[in-house]
Each structure stands twice: as C-alpha cells, then as structure tokens.
Design a protein around this ligand. Structure first.
Ligand SMILES: Nc1ncnc2c1ncn2[C@@H]1O[C@H](COP(=O)(O)OP(=O)(O)OP(=O)(O)O)[C@@H](O)[C@H]1O
Ligand SMILES: [Mg+2]
Length: 434
C-alpha cells in the first residue's frame, strides 16, 4: 500500500481502535468498582442507625468512591470533554470518625450525586464493552476464520464464535467481518461519547458547585496576588535601599569632601569629584535596572513579541522562535507573560545544559499560550526553587496556568497559558535566532 494511503487509512482507523480499547477499560472499571462501591455504600449507610459505627465507615467509603470517580472523571477526557471535580475541600480538623467529617460528607451534594451514579454508571459502563466486542468480533471474522479455512478446511464446522456450520457461511465470514469491524469502530467512538455525556449529568459540578469552586479559586489567587505584590514591593524597597540609595549617600559624601578640599587640595578634590561622577553612573545604572524589573521598556517599545525576541537573543544557544500574535494583550497580562518567559529562559541557561531551545508564542481560542522548551538534561520541578513557583503564582493571578514536563534526560517543556483578549490587530514577524 502506498504510504500516503496507509496514513489516511490509519488516521481513519486509529480513533475507533483507541475508543475500542478505552471502552474495554471503562467497562471493566465500571462493572467492578461501581458495583462493589454501591454495595459498600449501602452497607455503610445501613450501619448508621444500627450501630453508629456507620458515622466513621460512611465517610471512609466516600473516600473510596471519590477516588474511583475521580479516576472516571479523568478518563472522560477520552471523549474530548473532561469532567471537572465538584468536591469542596475537606474542612480543617475534619478527620474520619469525627462528627464534623460526617456532617461535611452528608451535606455535600456531590456525595449523593456520586452515589446516584454508581448503578447507572455500571450499566452504561457495561454497555461500553460493546465498543470493544463489536470490532474484535469483526476482526476475528476477517483474520481468524479465513486462517482456519486455510489451515485445515475441516475445522470450519467448529466455528470460532462465528456461525460456521457450513462451508458457505464460513466463506462469508470475511465480508461480514469487515462490515462488523468498520461499524464497530464507528460505534465505539459514539458509545464512549454517550457514556461520558451521561456521566457528566451525575459527575460534573452543578452551576452552584461551579460558582463555589470559582469563588474558592479566586480567593486563593487573590491572596497569592497580594502576597506577590507585597514581596515585589519589598524587593524594590530593598533594591533601592542597598543599591541606588547607598550610592547616592556615597556620592553626597564625596561631593561634600570635595567641597571642603577645593581650596587647600584641588587635586584631591578633583579625584573625589571624578569618583563621585563614577558613583552617579552606577546609581543611574541601578535605577535603570530597577525600572526594567518593574515594567521592561522593551515591552512598551516593541510589544510582547518583540520583547520575547529580545529575550531569545540574550540566550547563549540557538533558539527557535515561533511567534504568532495578531495583537497585544492588556499591559498587566503582557508583563506577566514576559516575566514568565524570561524566568523559563533563565532556567534554560542556568540549569538545562541544553544545546538548543525553542519558544512558541501564540493566541488560540481566547488564550495566550507560551511554550519554552529545551533539549537539555530535564529534571525541572516547580517547588525546588522560587522561580517556577513564582511564575505559577503570577499567572494564577490572571487565571492562567503553567505545566512543566521535564523527565530525566529531557526535554524540558514549560507550557504557560493566560486567558485574555488581544487588542489592536497587528502582524507579527516570526523568526529564529539560531
Ligand atoms: N530547563 C531546565 N532544565 C533542567 N532543570 C531545570 C530547568 N528549569 C528548572 N530546573 C530545575 O528546577 C529547579 C526549580 O527551578 P526554579 O526556577 O523554580 O528555581 P531556581 O532557578 O533554582 O531558582 P530561582 O529561579 O528562584 O532563582 C531548578 O533548581 C533546577 O534544578
Ligand atoms: Mg529559576
């Protein structure tokens, strides 16, 4: 088969084949865990009035139910529409066995919606078995039955789950198998989609839960933003105190001394004045650096795309740059994006030992995406230093996210996303520095 034809066929078959395997996994998981957890939940609920120990057992069973359904929510991304988690965080001090924990579990509507899902989930999960069985049966007809016929024609009578009680039916196995295989692969995708849509009715957060989660997220990011700003102010204050202020004090003393010496020792006075001039140069440079750290002038002059290109030029290795921005984000977002890329690039220079790096910057579906990658040694972790953790906090203030993939041996890829609007369309260049 010609390779381009093979590629097209594979592209058609692959999603169905994936859905078939995923259907098998979903069916096995739902049929076993949902039923077992349903039985456990009913028993633990029954124990509440009977013995009272249900007060401890029911919340413990809820932990298992939540773990299992969290996995099922994760799997829902197979259908292209991931289901978010609806749970409220455990209140402080609400350990299993305490009345507080019991009240929290019973009062959370997610507990009862999870419970309501267990049996319907086992049924629709079980139906997902068809996603695997139909194409697998078709494949058997296509491959195995002709093989049996080829090896020893006498075997046809045994059928291999196929209706092969006579030779004519056996020969028909292949065309029927092809039909079943093709139909099964299409049906597999639909079955998975339907299953997860149905799951969403029980497992996705309700509007009220979504709003509660949103409020919690905003509260946390607001606190982080305030912390970050306070830290930033402290840094500026420290930089001014230790840097420019110290130099200006020295400058003032030098000029004062020079003034006193001017009449008696003009040579020494001149030396002091030239020292003072030098100190004023340093003070100016430090002030300039400080200003650059607050809002880099390059951003104002050249926009985010130009500023990122300037950052790439300063990296001591070839950097592939792919910048596609048809406008500029709001200034605050732009500055957060700039500092995030700058930190990721500093890390590449400092830690990666890479021979090559790449930057992608583009806007897609309301989100500004920035990817900084390198082919270095990998092993980056967000919480090891203050840089990446700071970037995550900085982006979270704008509802943005950062993910780091950095297996040992590399490559390291830092992906950052910032939801925002772009203004004033303009065409941006795209180039490489390597
Ligand atoms: N591109 C990279 N390649 C390899 N390791 C990395 C990379 N980026 C980060 N790391 C590792 O992850 C750790 C955390 O990075 P982070 O930026 O948070 O801290 P840092 O660079 O060590 O210190 P800081 O940024 O606070 O000056 C680093 O110490 C380094 O070991
Ligand atoms: Mg760093």
């Amino acid at each position: 088969m010609d390779s381009s034809v093979r590629a097209v066929v594979w592209r058609l078959i692959r999603p169905g084949a994936l859905a078939a395997v995923q259907g098998l996994a979903v069916a096995l998981l739902s049929l076993t865990t949902n039923v077992a957890l349903f039985v456990l939940s009913v028993v633990s609920l029954a124990l509440i009035p009977a013995l009272g120990i249900g007060f401890a057992i029911f919340p413990a069973v809820t932990v298992l139910v939540r773990a299992s359904l969290t996995l099922q929510r994760r799997l829902s991304r197979w259908s292209g529409a991931p289901i978010a988690s609806p749970y409220a965080p455990v209140p402080a001090g609400a350990r299993i066995g305490t009345w507080r924990r019991f009240r929290w579990v019973v009062g959370d509507p997610a507990t009862w919606r999870d419970f309501a899902w267990l049996i319907p989930g086992a049924i629709t999960g079980g139906v997902c078995l068809l996603a695997f069985v139909l194409p697998a049966y078709g494949l058997e007809g296509v491959l195995f039955v002709p093989l049996v016929l080829y090896l020893t024609i006498d075997w046809y009578g045994y059928g291999v789950f196929w209706p092969m009680d006579n030779l004519a039916k056996a020969w028909l196995a292949a065309p029927q198998g092809w039909l079943l295989l093709a139909g099964g692969l299409v049906a597999a995708r639909w079955l998975m989609w339907l299953h997860f849509r149905f799951a969403g009715l029980f497992l996705a957060p309700t509007r009220a839960q979504e709003l509660a989660l949103r409020v919690r997220h905003l509260t946390a990011t607001r606190a982080d933003t305030i912390d970050t700003q306070a830290a930033e102010l402290r840094r500026i204050e420290r930089d001014l105190h230790d840097g420019a202020q110290a130099r200006l004090v020295a400058l003032r003393m030098s000029i004062g001394l020079a003034e006193k010496l001017l009449a008696d020792d003009p040579v020494a006075a001149q030396r002091l004045l030239s020292e003072a001039q030098e100190a004023s140069g340093h003070a100016l440079a430090e002030l300039r650096d400080l200003v650059r750290g607050i809002y880099p002038p390059v951003l104002a002059e050249r926009g985010l795309d130009g500023a990122v290109q300037a950052l790439a030029l300063a990296v001591p290795m070839p950097v592939d740059l792919d910048v596609q921005l048809a406008g500029s984000p709001p200034a605050a977002v732009e500055s957060a994006a700039y500092f995030a890329v700058a930190e990721a690039l500093t890390n590449v220079t400092k830690h990666s030992g890479a021979g090559r790096a790449w930057i992608q910057l583009f806007y897609d579906d309301g989100v500004l995406k920035m990817v900084v990658g390198d082919d270095g040694r990998g092993g980056a972790t967000v919480d090891a230093g203050t840089g990446l953790a700071g970037v995550r906090r900085r982006l979270a203030a704008f509802d943005g996210t950062m993910t780091v993939t950095s297996p040992p041996g590399g490559p390291t890829v830092v992906t950052m996303e910032l939801p925002c609007e772009l203004s004033s369309p303009r065409i941006s260049p795209s180039s490489g520095t390597g």
